[in-house]
Design a binder for this molecule. Structure first.
Ligand SMILES: Cc1cc2nc3c(=O)[nH]c(=O)nc-3n(C[C@H](O)[C@H](O)[C@H](O)COP(=O)(O)O)c2cc1C
Length: 172
């Protein structure tokens, strides 16, 4: 008899996170503007979804205090962080703090905050929201994006719970 490689027991949360942590991703800051004030949070679960219409997605914890403030405006921007922006990622992951202290940004046409010196950005109209366990899957329709000739530099990556850079792999 062939033995199953899957455990017959329930999936334990810590093991689930550790296992899924082997899927490398970039890191973004999802941002919005609430009554003139910028708001945002660090988000690695960003993905490209559809070309026609142009859709992107991310997932957000239901406990996020920032996301409901963004959702209420009906739009958001996604700022894809460059390799030297790990401090920005840390700053936007701290709930209840002044996340925008020392952060330079410019408004998109919608007014949503676009963080300086990122790899790329997209500005979106909130298209759909789907309940998924303890998270929401949020889909946005891209209405504006960074100029195609403005992209440079390398991405900030997240892998097995730590920040990574492409160069490490190239040098190592
Ligand atoms: C590298 C990294 C990736 C993260 N990715 C996500 C994510 O995909 N979805 C999410 O809801 N939170 C994610 N977080 C956690 C949120 O950034 C954090 O819980 C959020 O800033 C909470 O603040 P809020 O209460 O202001 O929403 C991530 C944090 C880090 C450090």
């Amino acid at each position: 008899m062939t033995e199953s490689i899957t455990a017959p027991t329930a999936i334990e949360a810590r093991a689930f996170r550790d296992t899924l942590g082997h899927f490398a991703s970039g890191i973004t800051v999802v941002s919005g503007i609430e009554g003139g004030d910028p708001v945002g949070f660090t988000c690695q679960s960003f993905a490209s979804v559809s070309i026609e219409p142009p859709l992107v997605s991310f997932t957000v914890m239901r406990t996020s205090t920032t996301y409901p403030r963004i959702a209420a405006t009906g739009s958001f921007a996604v700022n894809v962080l460059a390799h030297d922006q790990h401090a920005v990622s840390d700053q936007f992951a701290r709930s209840g703090t002044d996340k925008w202290a020392g952060i330079a940004w410019q408004p998109a046409a919608s007014g949503n905050p676009i963080i300086d010196d990122t790899l790329m950005w997209v500005d979106c109209r909130l298209w759909a929201e789907y309940e998924a366990g303890d998270h929401l899957i949020v889909v946005g329709e891209v209405v504006e994006m960074s100029p195609i000739d403005g992209h440079g530099g390398e991405p900030l990556l997240y892998f097995k719970g730590a920040y990574r850079h492409l160069r490490e792999a190239q040098e190592g």
